[in-house]
Design a protein around this ligand. Structure first.
Ligand code: FAD
Length: 404
């Protein structure tokens, strides 16, 4: 579905940055006496808050640095959405539903969030996961195309598929403007009557199996009936006993390489997203340059204090990769960089569950490098869990805390 002009005109304006969101002072959150407080305004928390508000609940959304901030995992410029998930069919179904939700929401928010790029998964040979992706996407009615090395050479002569015998192309896969999306979700939450506050909060006093309040860094206490902790990579330090070993927080250096002057071959729509075991990335979108992300990096990262500066070692590695896969870019300068952290579980399944000690606390995170796209669907799912509505039992089981 394409956004029409009327769609743009009828919608409220979308803030250009965190400061334009008009965050409420903490006193307003206290006065609101929320039925639910959501701590963390990333992809999981912001969408949860919006869905809860749309269900009619009084909701406060707290974020230590503001929704879409540059330390958050959701604060990068772009994230990919694709339905291919190997044999993890529940995530394929979720991504399929998320596609429809993103399209509808970009219309509602009046901001262009999706760019349809396609995604090419490269592999030396067919893998069981690729075969499973093909089968699942066929079931969902999502187009997918198998390419040989010869096909890839013909279709994308700007890419050298050396060493890659197979390419699986999902033509409908897209890139989401991630930071812009979070700002738009937070703005919609506020417009619809939610309270949005800049504050860091930790669990406060408890009575039996109920958490009574949150305590903010400034010593202010905030009460609600239900609490959702959607703190991404900060979760292990908020709940060290419970999550310290379940969620790992490695760092990733992300690069944008310049494209040659007057050369559109590496820009959307001439190149799809690409993905292989060592690297993945996107074509140049919004003239940023070709995105190049390694699948490995430093094993631990502090989301509060670590500097967001890429390492010379990762620069050298990324250049060596470019020289092989996109030789025409090997001498191009880096135009932008990002340093981001993941919040990985061992099996890469999300964690969404009640805190075992508190019946009114829900923990949600463990996006494991693939959580962003599911935001609108997972936010609704979490909201339903918060209010005790029925949810898919198989999904509940998959994301339970007690597994593994
Ligand atoms: C390099 C990289 C590439 C990725 N690529 C993709 C992709 O292509 N597609 C995809 O779907 N996913 C991708 N992901 C994964 C995706 O970005 C994450 O799964 C998702 O953004 C996590 O969202 P979150 O809400 O759990 O966490 P976050 O976005 O980190 O949000 C947590 C929020 O909580 C706030 N917070 C933390 N502690 C507190 C506190 N005590 N009080 C108040 N606020 C607090 C923080 O300020 C932050 O805003 C990628 C991740 C990385 C690192």
């Amino acid at each position: 579905m394409r956004m029409n002009r009327r769609g743009f005109l009828k919608t409220a304006s979308v803030p250009l940055g965190v400061s334009a969101l008009g965050l409420e002072p903490l006193a307003a959150a206290q006065a609101a006496r929320s039925s639910v407080v959501v701590v963390g305004g990333g992809a999981f928390g912001a969408w949860t808050a919006l869905h809860l508000r749309e269900m009619g609940h009084t909701v406060t959304l707290l974020d230590a640095y503001g929704p879409g901030n540059s330390r958050a995992t959701s604060g990068d410029e772009t994230r990919q959405i694709r339905c291919g998930y190997g044999d993890r069919e529940l995530y394929s179904q979720s991504a399929f539903r998320a596609f429809a939700a993103w399209r509808a929401r970009q219309e509602e928010f009046g901001v262009s969030l999706l760019t349809e790029t396609g995604r090419l998964q490269l592999s030396p040979d067919w893998t069981p996961a690729m075969k499973a992706t093909q089968a699942t996407l066929a079931k969902l009615g999502v187009a997918v195309e198998a390419l040989t090395q010869g096909d890839m050479r013909k279709r994308y002569p700007q890419m050298n598929p050396e060493g890659m015998g197979v390419g699986l192309l999902e033509p409908g896969a897209s890139v989401i403007r991630a930071k812009q999306a979070i700002l738009a979700v937070a703005a919609a939450f506020k417009r619809k009557g939610g309270t949005l506050t800049l504050a860091r909060a930790t669990p406060g006093r408890a009575s039996g199996r109920r958490l009574l309040d949150l305590e903010t860094a400034g010593g202010v206490r905030l009460e609600a009936q239900q609490y959702v902790f959607a703190c991404g990579p900060w979760l292990p330090r908020l709940f060290p006993d419970l999550l310290g070993k379940r969620i790992q927080v490695p760092g990733r250096d992300v690069f944008y390489f310049g494209t040659p002057a007057g050369d559109a071959r590496f820009s959307h729509p001439h190149l799809p997203n690409y993905s292989e075991a060592t690297y993945y990335g996107f074509p140049s979108i919004d003239e940023r340059g070709l995105k190049v992300c390694p699948t490995t990096g430093p094993s631990s990262f502090d989301p509060d204090t670590d500097e967001r500066i890429v390492s010379p070692h990762e620069v050298r590695r990324a250049r060596a990769y470019l020289a092989l896969r996109f030789p025409a870019l090997k001498d191009q300068p880096i135009t932008e960089t990002r340093v981001c952290q993941l919040e990985n579980t061992a099996d890469e399944h999300f964690i969404i569950d009640r805190h075992p000690a508190f019946e009114n606390v829900l923990i949600t995170g463990g996006g494991s490098g693939h959580g962003f796209k599911h935001g609108p669907v997972i936010g609704e799912y979490i909201a339903r869990r918060v209010v005790g509505a029925t949810t898919d039992a198989a999904f509940d089981h998959m994301v339970r805390l007690a597994r593994g």
